[in-house]
Design a protein around this ligand. Structure first.
Ligand SMILES: NC(=O)c1ccc[n+]([C@@H]2O[C@H](COP(=O)([O-])OP(=O)(O)OC[C@H]3O[C@@H](n4cnc5c(N)ncnc54)[C@H](OP(=O)(O)O)[C@@H]3O)[C@@H](O)[C@H]2O)c1
Length: 290
């Protein structure tokens, strides 16, 4: 790891008693097509992870469901022994079926198995942050999270998990989780064009809790918008850079975990996210999701 990397855009934010760079990295798309199996370019995937650490990124998002197990194994191979400031955030609550689907796995036994599998594949004795993934591929779904979240709180009390979070959750489920145990983060879908969580983000910011948008660049169908392209052209930069800079400026508790399988895109995203957007740029960009 580079001992003296340049500061990353956005600075840092706390995840419980841990500190992470607001510019993080999401490892999901390092697995094979459909997030199943190994990557076509294994050494390229390892190079992206090592570059992330070299750039000073201290927040990597993963799950043993990715591959399954593939991204965790890549992270371990690239980065174990983990440098002290690096924190790997994982999630449980879904498994994979033979067709690449993501069936829920939130019964107590499945959750215990997933936590063990994450510990083993990452080569860790304690998981820094575990998100309980709720809902389904259509998004958050209403319903109580008490049983699965209490199971994870029990594993936290056993010392296997440092901090808890929720993912793909409704605002009601976030509040229900907080009544059971403190949460360090909420990881939901959010980006320039998809802004269902605006109110939740502001409420979490007031409590000092991180909001970690998944699909910050649009996910499997990257963001496309004439307004985004117009701002990027005016600023002589890439649309993805504008999308990331907008998220960093949207709220101080937003942590970025953009995915990429390319070292060049990773460097471009880090450089671009530091762009300073004017009031006029922000007003134009704000219209995209309204
Ligand atoms: N909690 C959940 O339910 C959940 C769901 C989905 C994802 N996640 C997490 O969120 C993270 C981020 O989501 P994501 O990776 O699916 O989507 P994303 O970050 O919105 O977008 C990733 C896509 O953008 C492309 N990209 C990245 N930088 C680019 C650039 N500079 N120029 C052009 N294209 C660029 C990547 O392609 P290249 O590889 O070609 O760069 C990749 O196809 C995941 O890695 C995962 O950790 C969580």
């Amino acid at each position: 790891m580079n001992m003296f990397p340049a500061p990353l855009p956005g600075g840092t934010w706390p995840l419980g008693d841990l500190t992470v760079t607001r510019f993080g990295y999401g490892a999901m798309q390092l697995a094979g097509p459909g997030v199943m199996g190994p990557p076509a370019d294994r050494s390229g995937a390892l190079a992206v992870l090592r570059e992330a650490a070299d750039l000073g990124i201290t927040h990597i998002d993963t799950s043993s469901a990715y591959g399954p197990r593939v991204t965790n194994q890549l992270i371990r191979e690239a980065l174990d022994p983990y440098p002290e400031p690096l924190h790997v955030v994982t999630k449980v609550g879904a498994t994979r079926d033979a067709h690449g689907g993501w069936p829920p796995a939130r019964d107590p036994e499945s959750l215990r198995r997933s936590v063990s599998e994450n510990l083993e594949t990452l080569g860790l004795e304690v998981l820094d942050v575990v998100n309980l993934r709720l809902g389904n591929a259509q998004g958050p779904q209403p319903g109580s999270l008490a049983e699965p979240f209490e199971t994870l709180a029990g594993l936290q009390q056993q010392g296997l998990i440092r901090h808890l979070g929720v993912s793909n959750a409704t605002a009601e489920q976030v509040a229900e989780a907080q009544a059971i145990a403190p949460i360090a983060c909420v990881q939901n879908m959010y980006n320039l064009a998809y802004r269902h969580d605006d109110k939740l983000i502001d409420e979490l910011a007031e409590q000092g809790i991180a909001y970690v948008p998944f699909f910050p660049l649009g996910g499997f169908s990257p963001l496309q918008s004439a307004a985004l392209s117009a701002v990027a052209t005016r600023l002589d930069t890439a649309p993805m850079s504008v999308a990331l800079a907008w998220l960093l400026q949207r709220s101080p508790n937003i942590l970025l975990i953009p995915g990429t399988s390319s070292v060049a895109h990773l460097r471009e995203n880090v450089a671009g996210a530091g762009l300073s957007l004017s009031g006029e740029d922000l007003a134009e960009l704000d219209n995209i999701g309204r």
